[in-house]
Write a new protein. Structure first.
Lengths: 173, 120
């Protein structure tokens, strides 16, 4: 009887280990952030790219419309790749595109905009990257879709592609 | 002369207390930064990392400490932005209860076995 009990305990323990390791095999090793959680946009004060004046976030997001916040920098190569798609997104009437210039040299950033075109209705400067942390960003490029209730409803890490543009268009139409 | 002495002592003690509080803040800062995972690095804490992400988080933590935020408030802030993964010390929730309770259960089971053997 005692022997049977010991075997039972060992079998249960080994099955438990098997389940844990089997589950471990099927989960990803790399960290994948949750990107579909609805979060409020942060409140902040940031420097305007064109005027050098400080603006409050409630003035930036004051209209009752969708906003697309794109984090970019002139030194970021994938930002150049996604730029034509941002130019496409800027033509959408029902959303405003806000640029967040991340850890950049202002002169280089201005050259970038002059060379490739300005898709943004407003650009704010994030010199030290702290504003991007307030948004929950990891780096550049990153794009956030904000709904009319001023909640972040989508987060796209890395450069956007045609599928993402279509998805954004579908959500905001 | 006596007044001058008192003034010097007061000045020195104030300066020292300021240094002490700076030291305390630095200790707290490194403690927090060592407990925050650099999300874009492989197996590095924000404290060890030189990445842009880590540099920005360091600035945020520094600012929050200077503003008087408590340690748990800083963790809560980062958790809200990036999820539980950013903190090395996991909290007890539905995803981590096995991690927390299993060692306790094993300890109790082991204790029970030892006690049974001793009684025999």
């Amino acid at each position: 009887m005692k022997n049977k009990f010991s075997i039972f305990v060992i079998v249960v323990f080994l099955s438990f280990c098997f389940v844990i390791f089997y589950k471990g095999l099927n989960t990803q090793n790399n960290y994948t952030p949750k990107i579909n959680e609805k979060k409020n946009i942060p409140t902040f004060k940031a420097k305007d790219f064109d005027s050098d004046n400080y603006i409050n976030s409630d003035k930036i997001f004051k209209e009752n419309t969708f906003y697309i916040v794109n984090i970019w920098a002139s030194w970021c190569v994938p930002c150049r790749a996604e730029h034509p798609l941002l130019m496409q997104l800027s033509k959408i009437q029902s959303a405003k595109l806000i640029g967040l210039n991340y850890r950049d040299n202002l002169d280089n950033a201005k050259k970038f905009i002059n060379e490739f075109g300005n898709p943004y209705s407003q650009i704010i400067i994030d010199n030290n990257g702290t504003l991007s942390v307030e948004f929950g960003a990891y780096g550049v490029p990153e794009t956030f879709l904000i709904n009319k209730n001023k909640k972040i409803i989508k987060k796209y890490i890395g450069p956007i592609n045609k599928e993402i543009v279509e998805e954004i268009k579908f959500i905001i139409k | 002369m006596k007044l001058l002495k008192i003034f010097i002592i007061l000045f020195l003690s104030l300066g020292l207390s300021h240094l002490k509080s700076d030291e305390k803040n630095d200790e707290l800062k490194s403690k927090i930064l060592k407990n925050i995972r650099c999300l874009i690095c492989q197996g590095q804490s924000v404290y060890d990392s030189e990445s842009d992400f880590a540099a920005s988080v360091k600035l945020i933590v520094d600012k929050k400490i200077n503003d008087g935020s408590k340690e748990h408030e800083i963790y809560d802030f980062l958790r809200e932005k990036y999820g539980d993964w950013i903190i090395y010390d996991p909290q007890l929730n539905k995803n981590t209860y096995i991690l927390w309770l299993l060692p306790l259960l094993l300890f109790l089971a082991g204790g029970a076995i030892i006690q049974k053997k001793i009684k025999k």
